[in-house]
Design a protein around this ligand. Structure first.
Ligand code: AMP
Length: 400
């Protein structure tokens, strides 16, 4: 694919101070990083900069310190993990982002190939307001800018947007891989494309559904949100999670799908229980005859077969959201079976599969297939906004 954004090989890195916008907003417990996936994804870019005798200066937000210096949100906590994973000593540079003269001295004095982490960008209120003065302060510490934080690209912040416009800028290798995978998912996909959307609520995914029906050939709707669609079509959903006030929205989305030639695939049967609890007794019902006292907690076997059939007809699958309350057995069965089917077809070379969003990643991990999809995005909000077809300011700022 010829990239519409600038890539690392288009920047002169030799001997340069490289401001690398990373996503170091990793989960931490008891002073230790508990999941270093986001740091691991930075390693190729860091190696590439070091290989060119550049200095790596990592910039990131961490938590929500609300524009104030707050030691609880200091990025110092991730420095040892970055050092362990990259195999380079890492210098942590504290700053409140008003005076960076000390940081500048430390960076300028360091030898080629040094790796630094600057303090949390959100310690300054200008980060979240995309303040140009703060971006200029950041820019004074580097010669070029590289962004490897796709997960922060939906936000126009000083370190993701304004800064990219002040220095020669490019996507890092992780950002590039992510954008290329997404391009293969919805940008220029191999058709037919089937989108699988699940999760709890329609209300959080209206924009996403409206965008998808105009782009994909088939839209599978599962999980709690399918109940709203079943209700809108006049089926009883008992005590299931459903947003009945969104019935009109659901019907509008279905009409738009018809106009766009997108087939909507809703559950035709459901696993029902009377308690929202793992291992509570279940019964299978057809979608038009749900027990008024029961709750739909997973899709049933006929729905699974139907969805598998849709996947078999597709060359590309894009997925966000579980098919049922997958955190509790046995209501994980539908999500697990669909996930394994997508993984199997992907491994056989028959399918390009792209999935993302917080719960989706844990659902795929639970199904044991996280590494068998073509691409799994760990970006939550940015992945959803991409699925909604919205522009991502952090990516737009890297455009050629
Ligand atoms: P979301 O964050 O919108 O993707 O929603 C994910 C959540 O939806 C998970 O915690 C699931 O347990 C929940 N969920 C999926 N299907 C159902 C259902 N039928 N009833 C209740 N919760 C569900």
């Amino acid at each position: 694919m010829s990239a519409t954004f600038k890539t690392l090989d288009e920047l002169d890195l030799t001997g340069k101070r490289v401001l690398l916008r990373a996503d170091l907003n990793v989960p931490v417990a008891d002073g230790k990083v508990t999941d270093a996936t986001r740091i691991e994804r930075l390693i190729p870019t860091i190696r590439e900069i070091v290989r060119h005798d550049g200095k790596v200066i990592l910039l990131s937000h961490f938590g929500r310190p609300k524009g104030k210096v707050d030691p609880e949100f200091s990025l110092e906590i991730v420095a040892s993990t970055v050092a362990d994973l990259t195999g380079h000593p890492v210098g942590f540079i504290p700053t409140d982002w008003t005076d960076v003269s000390g940081a500048k001295k430390a960076i300028d004095a360091a030898p080629a190939g040094s790796v630094f982490i600057l303090e949390n960008t959100r310690f300054h209120p200008g980060e979240e307001t995309n303040d140009i003065e703060l971006a200029k302060t950041m820019a004074s510490l580097g010669d070029v800018y590289v962004n490897d934080a796709f997960s922060a690209a939906h936000r126009a912040h000083a370190s993701t947007e304004a800064l990219a416009r002040l220095l020669p800028a490019a996507a890092g290798l992780a950002m590039q891989a992510e954008l290329e995978a997404l391009e293969a998912g919805l940008g220029k996909p191999r058709k037919p494309v089937v989108a699988i959307v699940g999760g709890a609520k329609v209300s959080s995914k209206i924009d996403l559904l409206e965008n998808l029906v105009t782009k994909v050939d088939g839209l599978v709707i599962g999980g709690g949100m399918a109940n709203t669609f079943l209700h809108a079509q006049g089926f009883g959903v008992g005590k299931s999670l459903a947003e009945k006030d969104l019935a009109e929205t659901a019907l509008r989305i279905m009409d738009k799908a018809i106009d766009s030639g997108c087939a909507i695939i809703l559950p035709i049967d459901a696993v029902v229980s009377w308690h929202f609890k793992a291992n509570s007794p279940t019964r299978l019902y057809s979608a038009e005859a749900i027990d008024p006292e029961g709750m739909i907690l997973d899709i049933g076997p006929s729905s699974i077969e139907r969805i598998k059939g849709a996947i078999d007809d597709a060359h590309t699958v894009v997925w966000n959201g579980p098919m049922g309350a997958f955190e509790m057995t046995p209501f994980d069965a539908g999500t697990v079976e669909i996930a394994r089917h997508v993984a199997h077809r992907t491994k056989a070379g028959l399918l390009t599969s792209v999935a993302g969003g917080g719960d989706t990643v844990s659902a795929l991990a639970h199904a044991g297939v996280k590494n068998d999809f073509t691409y799994v995005s760990t970006a939550g909000g940015a992945f959803l906004e991409w699925m909604e077809g919205k522009p991502l300011p952090g990516v737009d700022a890297l455009k050629k």
